[in-house]
Design a protein. Structure first.
Lengths: 144, 144
DNA sequence: ATCATTTTGAGAGAGCTTATCAATTTCAAT
DNA sequence: ATTGAAATTGATAAGCTCTCTCAAAATGAT
């Protein structure tokens, strides 16, 4: 436990330093909990943390998760009607396969698709900054 | 004007008939306005129609656009933070290129991408029902 | 024309996220 | 270690988008 998430903590501190923001007990707590998840909603985070810290406000969760987004540790993703914060601290760009039966989320990368996206954009005179690709369906479990 | 949107009107009537729903002045009005657009928000539709029909309620717009979705004439698409109703009455599946500068939306289809999506899904044991692919960037105009 | 059924409009309400603000905490400078 | 300006927090109000409620009006099968 001692040296877990040291790199991410470092990255956060760096962002805080650059923007004259402060390191608080809440930010440490929320970071440590956030890094244990892959995809989580603000609400779920709130309930999870309420067990150990019943006075932590929901607004603080939102503010802090958005801070993590600014710091490049998280990304807000809108899956269906839910907004989930994607822990991207230890991985690069990826897209998602989402099971509408059990909510399971599988991450994938396909550079051929990425290449074709660029091709489509170029063909239309566009320069891509970001994209969103989500495949919704049923996983093998839920199909049976 | 006489025989514009006859086919779509027909499709709507068919859906209404099958579900014991009624054809109203509002539904005709909203359909005719909707078919003149490619992608529009409920709010924009509301303001647009308010000019000629100031008493048309926003709830009716939402209800009716959702009805069009059920009837297969429209599809609700969540672009960024906006929900736009996509007029799909005269076209099949397609994805979108969106300019973050001027809000321009270009539709495209790429069957190679579609094929690769299936491949990714299969590789992970999934069966795809729907997908969402949006490319965000700048169009040639906005780049300069 | 009748009348059961559906639809409408206005506003209330739900769900999610951000804004407000007084009290508290942080941290750089003593 | 103490001070104090600046940032943060928690509680709650507010904002936004969309759906629900319900009495009044419209529809359409008979
Ligand atoms: Mn992910
Ligand atoms: Mn479209
Ligand atoms: Zn599943
Ligand atoms: Zn543009």
């Amino acid at each position: 436990m001692a040296n877990t998430h040291v790199k991410e903590m470092q990255a956060l501190k760096e962002h805080l330093g650059k923007h004259q923001l402060k390191l608080t007990r809440q930010r440490e707590l929320i970071l440590s909990a956030f890094l244990r998840q892959e995809h989580i909603t603000a609400e779920a985070m709130y309930h999870q943390l309420a067990k150990s810290d019943p006075h932590l406000g929901l607004a603080t969760i939102y503010r802090t998760l958005n801070l993590f987004c600014d710091a490049g540790l998280a990304q807000a993703r809108h899956f269906g009607s839910q907004t989930k914060y994607d822990n991207v601290s230890h991985k690069g760009h990826h897209d998602h396969l989402i099971c509408t039966g059990c909510e399971k989320i599988v991450e994938f990368e396909n550079e051929e698709i990425e290449r074709l996206q660029e091709e489509v954009a170029t063909k239309n005179g566009f320069t891509i900054n970001t994209h969103r690709l989500e495949l919704y369906g049923l996983c093998s479990r839920c199909r049976h």
